[in-house]
Design a protein around this ligand. Structure first.
Ligand code: FE2
Ligand code: FE2
Length: 276
């Protein structure tokens, strides 16, 4: 069983987002805000998928990991929904409507996937997303990107990414337990990553237009190169997130957020209604 702690935290988003950014900062900021916009749709979809998977899982420690994964993701998207409210409010009405339209399209996609796609597909999507995010989170941790409060939204990023690293094995282990096919993991997982990233890009472009920013360029950096290297490693047939060495500082972050959190006293045997 993985070592996963459920931390109930609600962040407040009182500091206005400072859009007075350099060109280099724009390339970091808008994709991050785009990422946040996807969370209230993506993470409930992951939870729905895992709830279906739970009925087929025959390994009790893995089932317990899945319950904790769902609870962590539940707290993630609730905080991102609060942050997204602030993001929308800082744009003009036309841009906010544009964001709402992309949100509706993304939600429609995920509802359709839950309704019409196989569990095999939905599990490969979940693992494709988790593997890609974990690669980015590990690179960010390795390069100290969570130190300081440089990002709009502040600590939501350090908390969320540290927990993504903490539960990195769950979607992979469920996929291996119930599906297991390596080619399908790569095929469907890569499609999932393309689908997900295309929405992040749509959100970022919509916000960029609202701000009158003509260019949003992301520049190469040691952190980006590390993220790419780590991402490419997820394509290996030998990839196993349990074997990844965790960068310094992640455990300290998790301990910090454990102390902040109103920690769940015990994990209930079934998914609580509030996460449905
Ligand atoms: Fe998450
Ligand atoms: Fe996750």
């Amino acid at each position: 069983m993985a070592d996963i702690t459920v931390r109930k935290i609600r962040f407040t988003f009182e500091d206005p987002i400072d859009f007075d950014a350099s060109e280099a900062e724009r390339g970091e900021m808008l994709p991050a805000l785009g990422l946040s916009m996807t969370m209230p749709y993506l993470e409930p979809y992951l939870i729905r998928t895992m709830k279906v998977a739970l009925k087929a899982i025959t390994d009790p420690p893995l089932a317990e990991d899945v319950r904790r994964f769902c609870q962590q993701e539940g707290h993630h998207y609730r905080n991102h929904a609060l942050f997204n409210h602030q993001i929308r409010a800082q744009f003009d009405a036309a841009t906010a409507d544009g964001l709402r339209g992309i949100e509706a399209a993304l939600e429609a996609d995920y509802q359709r996937f839950s309704r019409e796609k196989s569990l095999r597909f939905n599990l490969a999507y979940a693992e494709g997303f988790e593997a890609m995010t974990c690669a980015g989170a590990l690179a960010a941790a390795e390069h100290g990107a969570f130190e300081g409060a440089g990002m709009p939204g502040g600590e939501i990023w350090a908390w969320h990414m540290a927990e993504e690293i903490e539960h990195r094995t769950v979607a992979f282990d469920v996929y291996q337990h119930l599906v297991g096919s390596y080619p399908y993991r790569i095929l469907a997982g890569t499609w999932a990553q393309w689908h997900y990233v295309s929405y992040v890009r749509r959100f970022a472009l919509c916000m960029g237009r609202g701000l009158g920013w003509k260019k949003i360029r992301t520049k190469s950096s040691p952190m980006r190169r590390s993220a790419l290297r780590r991402y490419l490693h997820t394509w290996s047939p030998r990839y196993d997130p349990a074997k990844i060495e965790i960068p310094d500082g992640v455990q300290e972050l998790l301990a910090k957020y454990s102390a902040l959190a109103e920690r769940a006293a015990s994990v209930p045997p079934t998914l609580p209604e509030r996460l449905a």
